[in-house]
Design a protein around this ligand. Structure first.
Ligand SMILES: Nc1nc2c(c(=O)[nH]1)N[C@H]1C(S)=C(S)[C@@H](COP(=O)(O)O)O[C@H]1N2
Ligand SMILES: [Mo]
Length: 448
């Protein structure tokens, strides 16, 4: 640990999860201001350890609050538990800059307010090409067939009951939309990490390996080298997945997420989990799997999620999400309220395997310090990193740079643009920079 004797700094939350006036009153009005003044007046004498920072005469110490003197609510008041009302501002949100076309839109996960690596199911980002449905599981079917009878001997249709009786596995994986961080290509500099990186979530998924189902249907791996996954919603989402990803057992036909059934917005009752691959291949409301001998070139892969390269050609079938990271605290829209110690925290991930190292810079990439990685590190999952920092009140630029087990290092904007040019919309995994000025305000800047 770093120098904790230095007074710990406080962080003002980003506007998206500000406490409302009412909530501030509820947690003790005026106290913030009072504490702030005390800090400003701080001298060496005040630099006590963190635990002993209570202000003398603090009414919250002197008076018993109602929750200590009255009866609490009975069990099962909320048969399905909800977050505290004081956390009601932590929500997935639609970007003010993006328009909704029918049901087609996106809501971003509030990364700035999340801890560890699991995204609470109610805050998992959403991306629908044609809105979402609460599908009746009793009426849902999964068909598995071949584009030629020689590819798969016994085509089958499974009910949910049949699928859920089969041997299952549970694995933690991240899902990231290929469009995540897309606006930054044009240096639009959206204000908060929710909008720069919030098309990203990580859950424990439970389901049946697709390999098991294909083998149950008598697949011939020598002939069937590709899989087409199709959703039951109006968008008829279809994506080709190379058979190697299925054969290694990683691709799951999942019904569980974080210990319960999938949420409707995330594909209830059945979705494909394609670890490491961009979100669009994780087909929701999965109704059909077809095996074939070549990529299908459907609309969702021929014209969507492709990148226009400097030579005028399109880069297609770039499905794996490369190694990437972002500092979530402090991040854009927040404010450091005083100098002192901060736990700088963020997320790193790689579609190619495990994250092995994250370095953090406080001076825009001149000097780097290796962060603590909070293990156990999972394969193709979000990985939490933390690093100690004492802010001296001077301007700073915070960055994180992740590395994965293949040796790949997350690129700077300069390095990424040198290869990809400037016409991409998707697959931006460049190093994110947060600028901090003397007032403590944190904003999104681009450093080449
Ligand atoms: N059937 C279907 N599957 C779908 C989509 C869709 O619109 N329909 N959207 C895809 C896209 S583009 C992404 S990024 C992920 C988002 O998954 P989520 O909504 O659970 O976060 O689902 C994918 N699977
Ligand atoms: Mo997506």
């Amino acid at each position: 640990m770093g120098d904790l004797s230095n007074k710990p700094g406080r962080l003002q939350r980003a506007p998206e999860n500000f406490l409302t006036e009412e909530q501030v009153k509820a947690v003790g009005a005026g106290r913030r201001d009072f504490m702030r003044k005390s800090f400003l007046a701080a001298s060496a004498a005040m630099m006590a350890p963190v635990a002993a920072r209570a202000v003398e005469g603090d009414p919250e110490i002197l008076n018993l609050p109602p929750w200590s003197t009255t009866l609490g609510l009975p069990v099962a008041t909320n048969p399905y538990g909800q977050p505290s009302k004081y956390e009601s501002q932590l929500l997935r949100r639609e970007s003010p800059g993006l328009t909704r076309v029918g049901g087609a839109s996106v809501s971003f996960a509030p990364l700035q307010g999340l801890f560890g690596i699991i995204t609470p199911s109610g805050l998992h980002f959403e991306r629908h090409h044609q809105g979402w449905h609460d599908v009746d599981p009793a009426r849902h079917r999964l068909m598995i067939n071949g584009s030629d009878p020689a590819f798969l001997k016994k085509p089958k249709v499974y009910t949910m009951d049949q699928l859920m009786r089969l041997p299952s596995v549970s694995r933690i994986h991240f899902i990231e939309c290929g469009a995540n961080t897309g606006l930054e290509w044009g240096n639009v500099a959206v204000p908060t990490v929710q909008y720069t990186h919030g098309m990203l979530s990580c859950s424990e998924f439970t389901g049946v390996p697709l390999k098991l189902l294909l083998e149950d249907c008598g697949v011939d791996y020598k002939k069937a080298r590709y899989v087409l996954a199709e959703g039951a919603d109006g968008s008829s989402m279809t994506r080709t997945i190379p058979m190697e990803m299925v054969e290694n057992g990683e691709v799951l036909v999942a019904y569980g997420m974080n210990g319960e059934m999938l949420r409707p917005e995330n594909g209830y009752p059945l979705r494909l989990v394609v670890p490491g691959v961009q979100g669009v291949s994780w087909v929701k409301w999965l109704r059909r799997i077809e095996v074939g001998d070549k990529p299908y070139a459907t609309k969702d892969e021929a014209v969507h999620y492709i990148d226009l390269m400097p030579d005028g050609l399109h880069r297609q079938y770039t499905s794996v999400q490369e190694c990437k990271s972002v500092i979530t605290t402090p991040s854009g829209g927040q404010r450091l309220l005083e100098q002192g110690f901060y736990n700088v925290s963020g997320l790193a991930w790689s579609g190619r395997g495990k994250v092995t190292r994250v370095d953090v810079s406080f001076d825009g990439g001149i000097n780097w310090k290796t962060a603590r990685i909070e293990g156990p590190v999972q394969n193709k999952a979000l990985t939490r990193f933390n690093v100690d920092w004492v802010w001296d009140g001077k301007p700073a630029i915070l960055q994180s740079r992740a590395m994965d087990e293949t040796g790949y290092v997350q690129p700077s904007y300069g390095q990424l643009r040198a290869v990809r040019g400037t016409k991409s919309i998707y697959h931006n995994n460049a190093i994110q920079s947060w600028k901090i000025v003397e007032s403590g305000e944190v904003s999104n800047v681009q450093v080449l």
